[in-house]
Design a protein around this ligand. Structure first.
Ligand SMILES: Nc1ncnc2c1ncn2[C@@H]1O[C@H](COP(=O)(O)OP(=O)(O)O)[C@@H](O)[C@H]1O
Ligand SMILES: [Mg+2]
Length: 307
């Protein structure tokens, strides 16, 4: 955990905010039985301005909606935040069938009597956890209505037939929502108004280099720089609508590097993880040209990682 604090200090995140988080942690100790729910992040989120905005919102007691295109690190940031605040975390995924009961809890028969089996939102409320409401815009409005009182000043959950419960002081909700591509569903206004909304920026050039180098410490730094530039170029082409954003996905670039690390030649790896994400011939050619201008297609593992 100290490591994440150190990382943020090095990234230049305002120390006052980090002190605020430390005070939050001291004020909200976690019961032993829930400590294994505190995430231990594998990857760190890069973007110090976004960090500062997110920390300020959570310290001010707000719930946070992370909105932006796919692969902008929304889930990585949400998990990093829960880890930094040292809070047990419950993931709530909003598949099409999610209903109020799957969020709050349901009555189940345990063989001898009917008992309440708490859902993730209930647990967050009770324990003072962080609830990650993933892709919240995909949920049905009926399912979300039950969250209204939990998310606004009332900070409570009212389940018909049960006691009304108050949210613990440390309870926060962080929602994520993808937008920027076909199929986006808007989030209704009643819900949006209950969040501080952070528009997730595209990763900065030098942050992308740092991200790749941290994940692949052996990577040749020249190649690393070219891969980052290649990605930013695709981003520009997508912004100016020269290509669609189906091939533009940081996950794809990172996957390609992972394949090279397995010994796949650069060309084949980039083809599989970037070019093949689109099925339009014209677009594929444009993307191949961008790649070819930066990365030869026959780089071996030794060329990329020196081993
Ligand atoms: N700013 C960033 N900092 C760190 N990782 C990032 C960033 N932007 C994208 N990523 C990486 O992109 C991938 C997708 O991240 P994820 O959080 O799942 O995206 P999202 O939820 O926005 O679709 C991960 O490998 C993540 O580390
Ligand atoms: Mg996500």
């Amino acid at each position: 955990m100290q490591e994440l604090f150190d990382f943020l200090r090095e990234e230049g995140v305002e120390p006052r905010l980090l002190d605020g988080v430390k005070a939050f942690r001291e004020a909200h100790p976690v019961a032993q039985e829930y400590t294994d729910r505190i995430p231990v992040p594998e990857y760190y989120y890069y973007g110090n301005n976004t960090w500062e905005l997110a920390l300020a919102a959570l310290l001010a007691g707000k719930n946070l909606l992370l909105a932006g295109p796919k692969a902008t690190g929304k889930n990585v940031l949400a998990e990093n935040l829960a880890a930094l605040f040292g809070c047990p975390t419950w993931d709530v995924s909003f598949h099409v069938n999610a209903d109020a009961a799957s969020l709050i809890g349901t009555d189940t028969y345990n063989g001898s009597e009917v008992v309440f089996r708490p859902g993730p939102v209930w647990m967050c409320a009770r324990v003072g956890g962080f609830g990650i409401l993933d892709e919240i815009n995909m949920a049905k409005n009926e399912a979300l209505a039950v969250l209204h009182a939990a998310l606004d000043f009332r900070r409570s959950i009212d389940v018909p037939g049960y006691d009304r419960i108050e949210l613990q002081d440390g309870t926060r909700f962080i929602a994520t929502m993808n937008y920027g591509y076909a199929g986006t569903r808007e989030l209704n206004e009643a819900l949006t108004s209950r969040f501080a909304v952070l528009n997730m920026p595209l990763i900065k050039d030098d942050d992308l280099v740092k991200l790749i180098a941290r994940r692949y410490p052996d990577i040749d730094m020249k190649i690393c720089g070219q891969l980052a530039k290649l990605y930013k170029e695709l981003e520009k082409k997508a912004e100016s609508a020269e290509i669609s954003d189906s091939a533009l996905d940081l996950r794809g670039l990172l996957d390609a590097i992972a394949l090279m690390d397995q010994g796949i030649l650069s060309g084949a790896a980039l083809e599989m993880c970037i070019v093949n994400k689109t099925f339009d011939d014209y677009e594929r050619k444009l993307i191949r040209d961008v790649i070819a201008a930066r990365i030869p297609d026959d780089l071996t593992r030794v060329a990329v990682f020196g081993k």
